[in-house]
Design a protein around this ligand. Structure first.
Ligand code: AMP
Length: 581
């Protein structure tokens, strides 16, 4: 034990105390305060040139510590001072941040607009009940025997693109058929060519150049064309051709048909379309072709008149949704052999509250059909709706959807509400009759009707449309004025503008006038309260096509939503012919 005690102790690891640690006076002078890890990290990042990251952290910090606006310059000044960043670097960084913020604002707006659009898009497919039940999906368009003539087929695709460019035709879709510039090359029978001649129609309009070959080939089609562009012939002539072919192969028997169905939102439109069909039927018959029977299923025409044709076997039915629904419901007519469906002015149809009726009508189909959708305006919600019903559609666009016809001279006149009716008399002097007068409210229509005692307007060749008031949305304005200036003729549209008009629709109007190359009166700019309205941001509203606002401020969408909420229909009343369906 004694030995043990005498042993030296095991070596102890020793550390020399650093001299600095001893607190001399000098040390106190050189005192460096403790810097928290977080701060040190930031300084390190600054050194590494990652200004942006630090700045963002600082701004987040500022934001969380107080409820300051992140755009607040003081926070940015503060980090500049705190981290000793040069003014030049601060400037470039602030610039970068501002740009990033602007971008994200645009992104936010785009996202918000997309969200609104999706919420108003029609999601339910337009299909027959059996198709829905059996999950039938048609993958390929209907096949027809029609082919473009060899002389056209032999032409290179560049020629087709050139023709489309020249005529300002925009197309979308797979294997778009070639545009054809003459009716002769479309291989129409003599009767149709004579019918065209008699109407003074010599060469196809742009929508016809591209649309007719597409429809003749059996393709589904979305046609976006301004009113008066000649779209009616795009869906009537090919239908007549296919009916002739069917009739020659196997004549229609009693109660068979219709083979083709054309649905229109108004009686007026249905009547016009039916008259065009009758015109060509007459000429086909004169050239020895079999008789094509067509009937008109609309309110105001006796059901018995239509049933007489149905009972003989009907090839074509032109209908408004209400009357057609009624006849389908009562099993007076069936769609079991219907293979051709055209919805004219599809957006109007949906706007006027026929959406559910159209859905029901689709449920009566039992086989694949060729489906065509035509409209002067085609908001995205309708395009989505259309796509759910069409198979590999070809979209033919011959003008910005929602643009006004260039053939209409748009005149705007400031008039006080109480002076309107009297002023109307002056406006009526501008052109020879007939003149079409529109008003938003039914009581105004009744008052105007009484005042003017107009009866039995003939709708052909209207040279003048008078808007007694400005419609609530620009789309409606475009539709109204499109009743004149048809077939290349000049038309006049007079709009009486009072204080009641919303500034949003007036802004849309300014852009529409500019787009159509027309004069924007000073009083209109004064009414909006802006001496100059800047050029539209992109394509304007993605809901109604108005160029003066975005979807987030769309008066039309708001009206639709209010309508849905209150379930009260708003209609556009046409003086003298407030249509009932
Ligand atoms: P729509 O757009 O179908 O309502 O047609 C408007 C007017 O244009 C009608 O009066 C037609 O007779 C006329 N029309 C249609 N096609 C042509 C054409 N190719 N050339 C001249 N007028 C036409």
């Amino acid at each position: 034990m004694a030995d043990k005690q005498s042993e030296p102790p095991p070596p102890v690891k020793r550390y020399r105390r650093e001299e600095k640690s001893s607190e001399s006076e000098e040390d106190i002078d050189n005192y460096e305060p403790y810097v928290p890890v977080r701060e040190r990290k930031k300084q390190q990042l600054m050194k590494l040139g990652r200004l942006g990251q630090v700045a963002a952290e600082v701004s987040a910090e500022t934001k969380s510590s107080s409820d300051n606006d992140p755009d607040d310059e003081t926070s940015q000044e503060e980090w500049g001072r705190r981290y000793n960043v040069s003014l030049l670097d601060q400037h470039s960084e602030l610039k970068r941040l501002a740009e990033a913020r602007a971008l994200s604002a645009a992104e936010r707006q785009a996202r918000e607009e997309q969200h609104i659009l999706e919420s108003v898009a029609q999601s339910k497919a337009l299909m027959g009940v059996a198709e829905l039940a059996k999950g039938i999906q048609y993958e390929e368009p209907i096949k027809t025997s029609w082919k473009p003539p060899r002389c056209i087929l032999e032409l290179p695709p560049e020629r087709h693109d050139r023709v489309r460019d020249q005529l300002m035709i925009l197309v979308e879709g797979e294997d778009v058929p070639p545009p054809i510039k003459t009716f002769q090359h479309m291989k129409f029978p003599k009767g149709i060519l004579r019918g065209l001649e008699e109407k003074g129609i010599k060469k196809p309009t742009p929508i016809q150049v591209q649309g007719i070959p597409a429809v003749l080939m059996g393709r589904d089609m979305i046609g976006i064309a301004f009113t008066g562009s000649g779209k009616t012939l795009v869906f009537t002539l090919p239908l007549l051709l296919v009916c002739i072919e069917q009739e020659i192969k196997m004549p229609f028997i009693r109660n068979e048909g219709p083979y083709g169905l054309i649905i229109c939102p108004s009686r007026e439109l249905a009547k016009q379309t039916h008259e065009i069909i009758q015109h060509f039927v007459k000429h086909l018959k004169m050239t020895g072709m079999p008789e094509i029977r067509s009937c008109l299923a609309i309110g105001g025409v006796a059901v018995s008149e239509c049933m007489e044709v149905v009972q003989r076997g009907v090839h074509i039915m032109v209908a408004t949704p209400g009357r057609l629904m009624d006849m389908l419901d009562k099993k007076m007519v069936r769609l079991n052999v219907c293979r051709y469906l055209c919805m004219d002015e599809a957006d109007r149809m949906i706007d006027m509250g026929f959406e559910e009726d159209v859905r029901t009508i689709f449920s009566y189909f039992t086989g694949q059909r060729q489906t065509l959708l035509f409209s002067a305006t085609m908001p995205r919600k309708i395009q989505n709706f259309a796509r759910s019903a069409l198979v590999k559609p070809v979209t033919v666009n011959v003008g910005r959807a929602g643009a006004a016809s260039l053939n209409v001279r748009q005149e705007l006149e400031p008039v006080k509400a109480e002076a309107r009716t009297v002023h109307l008399l002056q406006c009526l002097q501008k052109t020879p009759p007939p003149v079409l007068v529109f008003a938003e409210r039914k009581q105004d229509v009744d008052a105007i009707h009484e005042y003017l005692l107009l009866k039995g307007l003939d709708f052909a060749n209207i040279q003048h449309v008078i808007n007694y008031d400005m419609p609530e949305d620009i789309e409606n304005y475009v539709h109204r004025i499109g009743r004149t200036g048809r077939a290349g003729g000049e038309g006049v549209a007079t709009t009486l503008l009072g204080r009641a008009a919303e500034s949003s629709v007036l802004k849309d109007l300014v852009h529409l006038l500019r787009e159509a190359g027309q004069k924007v009166p000073g009083f209109l700019l004064e009414m909006i309260g802006e001496p100059d309205v800047p050029a539209p941001d992109g394509q304007g509203c993605s809901y109604c096509g108005g160029l003066g606002h975005r979807i987030t401020e769309c008066p039309k969408l708001e009206a639709v939503q209010n309508k849905q909420a209150s379930n009260i229909g708003r209609r556009d009343y046409l003086a003298n012919t407030a249509a009932d369906y």
